[in-house]
Design a protein around this ligand. Sequence first.
Ligand SMILES: [Zn+2]
Length: 167
Amino acid sequence: MICNKVLVLNASYEPLNITSWRRAVVLLIKGKAEQLENNKTLIYYHFPLPSVIRLRHYVRVPYKRIPLTRRNILERDCYTCQYCNAQTEKLTLDHVIPRSRGGGDTWENIVTACVKCNIKKGNRTPKEAKMNIINSSKKPYSSLQFEIFKHTKANFNREWHKYIIGI
Ligand SMILES: [Zn+2]
């Protein structure tokens, strides 16, 4: 089964969203979009599987908030402990500034930590615990950026790269 995703660009060439290849094919067949990149797999005779398409007409998009959830924090941190770089099954979320000391539930204050590091850090700040954070935690710029990041990890969807610089 083909489960490839397709990057949709606005008429302005800015990334707009990510869609299923079926939906992308419909847009191409209806003439609502043009194909910019494909991954060379033929799905029909002379019809390669699209990888990047561009809409012919400009679409306005409202800003979408990204929910602050455990899953999204883990995704942002690539399922990696932000203190020791371990990729383990047992990951927790750590408040950089502990809650008891006024640290909030924000993208900036929550990082992925393995159980060992979380216990070691305890109720201290990273400075007090002498533990460095590998990637300074931040809020993803937009939900689209976040989705694109997920789909381009580990060199997936290489054809997308030249269209997503700087987003
Ligand atoms: Zn760790």
